[in-house]
Design a protein around this ligand. Sequence first.
Ligand SMILES: Nc1nc2c(ncn2[C@@H]2O[C@H](COP(=O)(O)OP(=O)(O)OP(=O)(O)O)[C@@H](O)[C@H]2O)c(=O)[nH]1
Ligand SMILES: [Mg+2]
Length: 236
Amino acid sequence: MKLTVVVPTYNEAENLPKLVSTLFSLPLENLTLLVVDDNSPDGTGRIADELAASNGHCVRVLHRPGKLGLGTAYITGFCSALEHGAEAVAQMDADFSHPPEKLLDLAHALESCDIALGSRYVPGGRLDDRWPLWRKALSGFGNLYARTILGLPMRDVTGGFRMWRREALLQMPLDRIRSNGYVFQVEMVYSAHKLGLTYQEVPFYFADRRWGKSKMSFRIQLEAALRVWQLRRLHR
Ligand SMILES: Nc1nc2c(ncn2[C@@H]2O[C@H](COP(=O)(O)OP(=O)(O)OP(=O)(O)O)[C@@H](O)[C@H]2O)c(=O)[nH]1
Ligand SMILES: [Mg+2]
């Protein structure tokens, strides 16, 4: 199966070379990495170009002029992957929060469903052990909140570690997905649910970023919480 892994990057200069070597050491045939960089001030885009040059056609890079957000980065990457004939498209963060080796489990699950969802909230899945209880509770609450308001059956609707079948992604109304921040993941899964796409959840251990600065803030989380209500109107 031709698999393209889409990784949006903003200031991931330390992580990206490590990610490339880990990804291409996995027993995944026909793997392409597609980096979508937003002109990272730390030079991630240049590093990505160097990695593309030294890895042949297996690494591709899309450059955008500035920080345009996670959602549009993924949409741009998904469309490009489909145009290039990908049969499966995965999405993951560059910061090793999503264990690359779990792509094998996602690929296996995808044999019998439309979307394989990396999940922290099914047996075997877990949040970073180093997180204090309040942070775990906040994450769990955010997820439960979105699931409840939108009536979603999946246990983890906020995660960004997923694999889509080409046919499933082609059905998605990618031009109508409006969330650009963290709610993007929720909007995608909500829209998929409305379409009746099938899914399977694959447990994984979510480790917080080891390198680079965290961009999470209270303001971002509050925005996300309000945005969930809008989704109900947008995708009926
Ligand atoms: N192209 C692009 N990538 C982004 C943008 N914002 C975040 N990213 C990337 O998207 C992925 C997820 O973002 P993170 O910053 O790790 O989000 P997070 O895991 O919720 O927060 P921290 O890890 O605590 O910073 C990472 O690979 C980022 O580099 C953006 O505006 N544009
Ligand atoms: Mg992260």
